[in-house]
Design a protein around this ligand. Structure first.
Ligand code: SAM
Length: 315
């Protein structure tokens, strides 16, 4: 594949393919198919695999369909939240699969299209940030409607933003005059709220608040927490789960879910394959800035009972 032609450069592809180890005729779920880069690499490695690709973004699915055209008989693409994983597999008549990949967060396709509203770099960009355009609330809706304390909590918890309360206060003050609609409206509040000395460190002053809003709009952490147990349950014995996350809030949840599976067999017994998360090598980090914060964790399903099924209705 020619990387420069890709609308989104897949991260840590070699490690993903090695860990999933696609076997002839195997079924692999790409829970975040995006522009189809990882799915394509799996198909190139083992053309007889079947891929189920999920994404909540219809634009991503259209790109994936184009890029996976050559394998269309082996690929099913579905518009779905990955928190619906088990239901979607059931609909396809699939009981167990050989491997599942989550490559979390937004794609370059989404980030680099100002109209999608993920960017703080373009003042005129709308404050949207919905990965799925059918979601009911945009970032602007949250900014213009939530009480100050809720906004501050979002900025603090999802953005680890030190100046969360001050920024929330400035947003509430600004929206009294006029609703916030464009990225520039929010960036102006952030710049006014964060003291000049603090603005000189830690990258763009809006980065953390934009991340926080994106997580809130798309319920990213809730989606992940609901999806991970489903993914583990859907694996056959020996099947593998690979998760790439891009910030510590995600990585912590992945680490804890895998640890629980390894130590308590919950929801199914798993063996963690990455004692520490894998990171991209220096060459990839230099080539692809988006890869720099990637953390990859992987685990393998072991023999043993499915706890979630046996305790159903007890809790
Ligand atoms: C980092 S990109 C994946 C890129 C892909 N691996 C590739 O190689 O092109 C993440 C994708 O996951 C999708 N996504 C994020 N959260 C999702 C969720 N909860 N359910 C379904 N798709 C989701 C996004 O819409 C985005 O297209």
């Amino acid at each position: 594949m020619q990387e420069h032609e890709a609308p989104h450069r897949p991260v840590m592809v070699r490690q993903v393919v090695e860990l999933l180890g696609p076997r002839p005729g195997g079924v692999y779920v790409d829970a975040t198919v995006g522009a189809g880069g990882h799915a394509r690499a799996l198909l190139e490695r083992e053309p007889s695999v079947r891929i189920v690709g999920l994404d909540r973004d219809p634009e991503a699915l259209a790109v994936a369909a184009r890029r996976l055209e050559a394998w269309r008989d082996r690929v099913v693409l579905l518009r779905a939240d990955f928190s619906e994983l088990e239901a979607k597999l059931r609909d396809l008549g699939l009981q167990r699969v050989d491997g599942i990949l989550f490559d979390l967060g937004v794609s370059s396709l989404q980030l680099d299209t100002p109209g999608r509203g993920f960017t703080y770099q373009v003042d005129e960009a709308p404050l949207d940030m919905r990965m799925d355009p059918a979601l009911p609330l945009t970032a602007a809706d949250l900014l213009n409607r939530l009480p100050k304390e809720r906004l501050a909590r979002i900025f603090r918890e999802y953005g680890e933003e030190r100046w969360a309360s001050r920024i929330a206060a400035f947003v509430v003050e600004a929206r009294r005059r006029q609703p916030l609609e464009r990225a520039g409206d929010l960036v102006a509040c952030i710049k006014a709220a964060v003291p000049a000395a603090a603005r000189r460190t830690g990258g763009h002053p809006a980065r953390r608040v934009f991340q926080a809003l994106r997580i809130a709009v798309n319920d990213e952490l809730g989606q992940l927490e609901r999806a991970l147990p489903q993914a583990m349950r859907a694996l056959r014995e020996g099947g593998r789960l690979v998760v790439i996350s891009f910030h510590s809030l995600e990585d912590r949840r992945v680490k804890e879910a895998l640890r629980r599976a390894q130590s308590a067999g919950e929801p199914v017994p798993m063996r963690v394959l990455t004692r520490k998360p894998l990171t991209p090598d220096a060459a990839e980090a230099a080539r692809n800035p988006r890869a720099r914060s990637a953390r990859l964790r992987a685990a393998e399903r072991l023999a043993g009972p499915d706890r979630a099924a046996s305790t159903k209705g007890v809790r």
